[in-house]
Design a protein around this ligand. Structure first.
Ligand SMILES: [Zn+2]
Ligand SMILES: [Zn+2]
Length: 346
């Protein structure tokens, strides 16, 4: 049911005027949600490396001026006509999966993540770098009470991507699972791998990350700058899964021979550089190399419930919305420990 509010008429948003341009804080008109949509009062929004793809127009048809952001947590403010089961005040998260059409071939088959018209917040419509965002009801995930908004926000992209790819993999409890990279995705991947019952190996550059890896739940640490990652994984028995969160095709290539029989290299880190692999490396050991998208709204909700149950949490650095440029630069520099999250002060 649409309600006419007597609240604010405008809201602040962090906007990029042209491709590659700087962020600026602007006032935008607050509109009532269309049928099938809800307006969300944003409390927190994670800063994802994919956001740079939108800021720099690396994806097709990025609209400028742009308000990006697809790791959103907040409360429903106004519910549009025709929306069932959601009410004003509900705590919700919206991730990379920003709504599906319900009528295309994949949607008819129940495969919503591959919807040909899937919407991503901050691309298909203004996203979470703002005090409000309006989203299709199909994008909503309910936040469990145990998670704060800052804790929930990164679960919509970094969290669901790592959790979903691990639980849909061939690995079973007790199997050796390696996580390549300890960044925004990887630091969650290590925690999820531990809590899913895998013998967990963290792989990163430098000896200084060993302590962090152990605190996150890694049973083993491999310093990729000091040795042969594949040989070290084979010495541990060979990995059932290498979860490649670092956007480095070179690091992925170097790990393939560390896979055991039926092992999977799961590609999450997005980079255009080709991964090098020969048929010889794949055939005899039945190895596979494949990608994995994020997850539906329902799967974001399952990710948050698993996190609430097991204590998995994103390690975050928060910045107020107006400091968006500094937060974005810190994410791009690789200095963030480990997820930058913008907050609106709610
Ligand atoms: Zn993302
Ligand atoms: Zn569809």
């Amino acid at each position: 049911m649409t309600s006419t509010t007597s609240g604010p008429r405008t809201y602040r948003a962090a906007q990029v005027g042209t491709a590659g341009g700087p962020f600026g804080i602007v006032e935008r008109e607050l509109a009532e949600p269309q049928p099938g949509h809800v307006r969300v009062a944003v409390e927190a929004c994670g800063v994802c490396r994919s956001d740079s793809g939108f800021v720099n127009a690396g994806f097709p048809d990025v609209p400028f001026p742009l308000v990006t952001g697809h790791e959103i947590a907040g409360r429903i403010d106004v519910v549009g006509d025709g929306v069932e089961d959601w009410n004003a005040g509900d705590r919700v998260a919206i991730g990379w999966f920003g709504g599906n059409c319900g009528t295309c071939g994949p949607c008819r088959a129940g495969d919503f993540i591959h919807c040909t018209r899937m919407q991503v917040p901050g691309w298909a419509y203004p996203g979470g770098y703002a005090e409000y965002t309006t989203v299709p009801a199909s994008a909503l995930a309910r936040i469990p009470d145990e998670l704060s908004a800052v804790e929930a926000a990164p679960m919509g992209c970094a969290g669901v991507t790592t959790f979903n790819s691990l639980r849909h993999s061939a690995a079973r409890p007790g199997d050796l699972v390696a996580v390549l990279g300890i960044g925004g995705l990887g630091h969650l991947g290590v925690q999820f791998a531990n809590k899913l019952g895998f013998e967990t190996v963290a792989v990163a550059r430098g000896a200084d990350k060993a302590g962090t890896a152990e605190r996150l739940g890694a049973h083993h640490y491999i310093d990729s700058s000091a040795g042969d990652v594949a040989a070290e994984l084979q010495a541990l028995g060979g990995a059932k899964v290498v979860l490649a969160t670092a956007a480095s095709s070179e690091a992925m290539t170097a790990a393939i021979d560390g896979l055991g029989n039926g092992g999977e290299l799961i590609v999450l880190g997005a980079t255009p550089e080709p991964i090098q692999v020969s048929p010889f490396q794949l055939i005899a050991n039945s190895r596979t190399v494949h990608g994995h998208p994020s997850g539906t709204a329902s799967e974001v909700e399952e990710t948050m419930r698993f996190a609430a149950l097991t204590g998995v949490r994103a390690l975050t650095e928060t910045r107020p919305l107006e400091d968006v440029a500094a937060a974005y630069d810190r994410m791009m520099s690789g200095q963030a420990r480990y997820r930058m999250v913008l907050t609106t002060g709610r």
